[in-house]
Design a protein around this ligand. Structure first.
Ligand code: MG
Ligand code: MG
Length: 248
């Protein structure tokens, strides 16, 4: 499908409910991030929370992904598989999660610190979060896809960081990934204009070093090719005439 999906009021109501479950789930998991916890423990807590609230994990089974969360540690950018890996003091972890509620997807991610982290890691996290916050401020009906891409790129590069080239934000709704792709770098004034009523997952994925990624042995985990730290924040946003709503 190469056009924007527009939602009914009833669907928007479902998206808000699903988004609330997803955000509450991520808040729970963020509170658990600390040295010693395993990524599997985070995953199990997330799956239980989502199912207890009448929703379905959006990633589990998607293209055979085995888990509720993607847990990506340090140089891992996306799609890390939860397991027996124990976080240690100084790690950063990106926790990405999707939820299906009433047949509609929401998708969100945060990066958090296990204990005390380096000042470089703190800077990377805060700049990545700023990339997302700037999009939330700017996004409204009529903004072009390239405007979002350029804003993320400028914000990251202003502090010497680099958006990962191969990974993009995306439309979502009936599918987890649908039109349009939203690259994290590009030129303002290019790409389609975004209509009101569109749902977008905006997700700056920012590297402290290389902007290219390599797949791990599990064929899922993507890490920076030079092992530089990577951070990732994501909101599901509903585009409105005069701004946007954070759905998750
Ligand atoms: Mg995500
Ligand atoms: Mg996403």
């Amino acid at each position: 499908m190469s056009k924007f999906q527009i939602f009914s009021e009833q669907e928007i109501d479902s998206l808000r409910k699903g988004g609330k479950i997803l955000r509450s789930c991520l808040n729970l998991v963020e509170g658990m991030v600390s040295p010693g916890v395993t990524t599997l423990e985070l995953d199990q807590a997330a799956e239980k929370f989502i199912r207890d609230h009448g929703a379905v994990p959006g990633f589990k089974g998607y293209r055979n992904f085995p888990s509720t969360l993607c847990t990506s540690v340090n140089e891992q950018c996306v799609h890390g598989i939860p397991g027996e890996h124990q976080l240690k003091e100084g790690d950063i972890i990106s926790v990405d999660c999707g939820v299906i509620f009433d047949g509609l997807y929401t998708d969100a991610c945060f990066t958090a610190a296990a204990g005390e982290i380096s000042s470089d890691a703190k800077k990377l996290m805060s700049v990545t979060k700023l990339c997302l916050e700037k999009v939330v401020e700017k996004l409204r009906e009529g903004v072009r896809v390239g405007d979002i891409s350029a804003l993320i790129q400028e914000t990251a590069e202003a502090d010497g960081f680099h958006p990962v080239k191969a990974l993009t934000g995306h439309g979502l709704g009936k599918n987890l990934h649908q039109f349009p792709d939203i690259p994290n770098l590009g030129d303002a004034g290019t790409g389609p204009k975004i209509p009101a009523g569109t749902l977008l997952a905006i997700e700056p994925i920012i590297s402290a070093g290389s902007d290219s990624v390599e797949a791990g042995e599990d064929a899922w985990t993507l890490s920076t090719s030079d092992k530089a730290l990577c951070a990732h924040f994501e909101h599901t946003l509903l585009v409105l005439e005069g701004g946007c709503d954070v759905i998750a």
